[in-house]
Design a protein around this ligand. Structure first.
Ligand code: PGA
Length: 250
């Protein structure tokens, strides 16, 4: 059984003060959510406030990015041990916005993923095709290339510790969700890639989240698909009630 993960990606929204207020509202709303992992990913500067407000609640806190080296002359960067030291447990890696605006590549995704795992953070590694790639019938090629470049080179014990998020770029922030069938087909394809490189056991236990316009009213249909093991939620995770109803999808 794969324990579902419901993760909120706040992107560049919410101050430290707003993160505390959000968690004070969310904690009682998700207190009785069993058999699922709940994660919120605030901006870096709000992480300590989020960790402190989430303490003892069972809600985990994650960052939205990480650098691959532990320390050094890398102005502006934050390392995995630094995140771990403030109580962060997860980190999103290779989000399409980072690939599009900040030069993230499959190679940097790979390096960041290894660094995160070695420090003890749990990576949520994002893959997904753009609209023009889907329309050109290249979805599987893109997913296979992202998997090959970013994940297939991990050692099996490293692969066993990551969560993958399938986020079709055309569905992010657009209100245009992939249908449960489209998402399911992509998830099955990704699981086949994991199987090919790492074998049945790791493929069976690997959690693959869907992301892209997940809302309280479409989460249940997505989660009803066998190969969808949770969600990475942007916009709808910024409101505690909306995120809580996503957590309580069934
Ligand atoms: P969205 O974002 O839910 O606002 O579409 C998802 C994401 O970018 O992770």
């Amino acid at each position: 059984m794969r324990t579902p993960v419901l993760a909120g990606n706040w992107k560049m929204y919410k101050s430290a003060h707003e993160a505390s207020a959000f968690l004070n509202e969310l904690v009682p709303l998700v207190r009785d959510s069993r058999h699922r992992e709940v994660v919120v990913c605030p901006p870096f500067v709000a992480l300590p406030a989020a960790v402190s407000a989430a303490r003892g609640s069972g809600i985990d806190v994650g960052a939205q990015d990480v650098f691959w080296l532990k320390e050094g002359a890398y102005t502006g960067e934050i390392s995995a041990p630094m995140l771990l030291a403030i109580g962060c447990q997860w980190v999103i890696i290779g989000h399409s916005e980072r690939r599009e605006y900040f030069g993230e590549t499959d190679e940097t995704v790979f390096k960041k993923t290894v660094a995160a795992i070695e420090s003890g953070l749990k990576p949520i590694v994002c893959v997904g095709e753009r609209l023009e790639e889907r329309e050109a019938g290249q979805t599987e090629d893109v997913l296979a290339a992202q998997f090959e470049g970013g994940l297939a080179r991990l050692a099996p014990d490293q692969m066993a510790r990551i969560v993958i998020a399938y986020e079709p770029v055309w569905a992010i922030g657009t209100g245009r969700t992939a249908t449960p069938e489209m998402a399911s087909a992509a998830h099955k394809f990704i699981r086949t890639q994991v199987h090919k490189s790492f074998g049945a056991e790791i493929a069976d236990t690997c959690r693959i989240l869907y992301g892209g316009s997940v809302k309280p009213d479409n989460i249940a249909a997505l989660m009803a698909q066998d190969d969808i093991d949770g969600a990475l939620v942007g916009g709808a995770s910024l409101d505690a009630k909306s995120f809580a109803s996503i957590v309580h999808y069934a």
